[in-house]
Design a protein around this ligand. Structure first.
Ligand code: ADP
Length: 511
């Protein structure tokens, strides 16, 4: 149920492979396993156990009995918060190893995993640990003869399904508020990137969480994920992933009218007005699409630029990409962009690039697969092709002269590939920005303060960045409108999805 692994940076560890149910790693009932592939080399790292519907049922049973048992239920909010702080501490003690696992399994740069993803896990847990004893009901004044008060109570067993782009962050976003409110959890990892959270599962036990409070399982979406979403004893489903899968999850959850929160896809616009600081816009436009290999649901993947500055913006933007987007080995400190997470994603991005060319858009930059990772005898190319090795590397790609009717303009690509289109007026920019089924993020670049706030209000999106892109902060609500999701994660708003409000009426005239 475990294997010794060594990463290219020399780190060695014992990797758990089982399903973490009731604080124990167990085998799948069917014996089925899923291979985790290193996207930089295309080699198998190890095989983890894959949960069947029967295993999901066992995990839900464990979570349900933990929910009803005294070890968790009788804890005060303060005590629950203390456990969460302890888990955050332990994750911090294993920070370098967790960042190593993330770079190996997901392909994201080690430096990013260490400086952003591991601290995010800790910050989110600590933030919600702080809320655990500050989240309570009200006394409602209904006159002298009656008294009424509300109690916030946990929902029960929460099924949480996370994607592969941010394995640690997504787990924390879901665990934090659920545990804060006193729920128990079955967390289903993405089959492509299970290793970091299986390692964290050991720390859950070490932190002192009672058995069954947090169960962490790996498994295929259509089997384990679907079984969790449909399970009659799961009170709530929280899902992050594609819009198509979110729709499926919602249907499955409808069978028992589960509470559902969804965080799904996007095609977020970034608007550059002629009065903008173009260098600032180019810098953030780069961060907004090329971070995390372009695998971010909030990526500002549709750049709309006012005609007067279109050419200059494209020039500056391309220069930033060439200077900053060093593609290569996730363990190389100079790397900005690692490989796409899987062959399927790599091929999907390359297919979209071909579609864009077929549709007649101008390929201004990139557009090619890159052999990788970097080795001593290849160019230290910045956004250029290099080497003919293995790995799912794609050059940062920019399409210009893109028309709003094109597929690459309308569909989520989920890779380092961006479209740039011109607009004439603010009204046209808004119409183009809102002409999408999605509504996750939006960015606006202008020096005109009034315009910035006006546009921010008019754009149909859950989040707007003014003179910036893709800011995310655990204290600030995150989520989308339209087909980008339902509900909010993070911030105080994130708590609403994890408790019921029970109203208790007291007759003060009874003797
Ligand atoms: P991708 O297509 O990029 O892998 P998905 O949205 O399909 O993204 O996956 C996100 C998460 O949803 C993963 O944990 C995956 O296993 C899970 N999943 C996929 N299909 C289903 C399904 N039919 N029911 C429940 N969960 C699913």
């Amino acid at each position: 149920m475990e294997v010794q692994l060594t990463a290219p940076n020399g780190k060695t560890w014992t990797q758990p492979l089982g399903l973490f149910i009731n604080n124990e790693f167990v085998k799948s009932s069917t014996g089925e396993t899923i291979a985790s592939i290193n996207p930089s080399t295309e080699q198998e790292i190890c095989c983890v156990q894959a949960a069947s519907a029967q295993d999901v049922d066992a995990a839900v049973k464990a979570a349900r009995s933990a929910f009803r048992g005294p070890l968790w239920r009788k804890l005060s909010g303060t005590e629950r918060g203390a456990l969460m702080h302890r888990l955050a501490d332990l994750v911090g003690e294993h920070a370098e190893l967790l960042a190593t696992i993330e770079a190996l399994d997901n392909g994201k740069p080690y430096a990013v995993a260490l400086s952003e993803n591991v601290p995010e896990f800790q910050n989110v847990l600590r933030y919600y640990a702080g809320f655990a004893d500050k989240n309570f009901g009200q006394v409602v004044d209904v006159g002298p003869s009656k008294m009424a008060y509300t109690v916030k109570e946990p929902l029960g067993v929460c099924g949480q399904i996370i994607p592969w782009n941010y394995p640690l962050d997504m787990a924390a976003w879901k665990l934090g508020p659920a545990l804060c409110c006193g729920n128990t959890v079955v967390l289903k990892l993405a089959e492509q990137t299970p290793l970091s959270m299986l390692y964290v599962a050991q720390l859950i036990r070490e932190a002192g969480f009672p058995p069954g409070v947090i169960n962490v399982i790996n498994g295929h979406g259509r089997e384990a994920g679907a079984a969790l979403a449909a399970h009659e004893n799961v009170a709530k489903i929280a899902f992050t992933g594609s819009t198509a899968t979110g729709r499926e999850v919602m249907k499955l959850a409808a069978g028992t009218l589960k509470n559902v929160t969804l965080e799904t896809g996007g095609k977020s616009p970034l608007l550059v007005f002629a009065d903008a600081d173009l260098e600032l816009a180019a810098t953030w436009a780069h961060i907004g699409i090329m971070s995390n290999q372009g695998q971010v649901c909030t990526s500002t993947s549709r750049i709309l630029v006012q005609e007067a500055v279109y050419d200059e913006f494209v020039q500056r933007f391309s220069r930033v990409i060439e200077n900053v987007s060093v593609v290569g080995d996730p363990f190389d400190p100079s790397t900005f962009q690692g490989p796409q997470v899987t062959r399927a994603q790599y091929e999907r991005v390359l297919d979209y690039i071909k579609t864009g060319q077929d549709e007649g858009a101008t390929l201004a930059l990139g557009g090619v697969p890159l052999g990788g990772p970097l080795s001593a005898d290849t160019d230290s190319g910045k956004g250029k092709g290099k080497g003919k090795g293995k790995g799912f590397f794609v050059a940062p790609t920019v399409f210009t002269d893109v028309k709003p009717t094109m597929q690459i303009y309308r569909e989520e690509i989920f890779g380092p590939c961006v479209v740039v289109a011109p607009f004439k007026t603010e009204d046209e920019a808004l119409a183009m920005a809102n002409d999408t089924t999605y509504g996750l993020g939006a960015a606006v670049f202008t020096r005109n303060l009034v315009r910035a706030h006006r546009v921010a209000r008019e754009i149909e999106a859950g989040m707007v960045w003014i003179n910036s892109s893709n800011d995310s902060d655990y204290r600030v609500p995150f989520g989308g409108v339209k087909q980008s999701g339902i509900g909010r994660e993070l911030g105080e708003a994130g708590l609403a999805a994890y408790s019921n409000i029970k109203s208790i009426h007291v007759n003060m005239e009874a003797s």
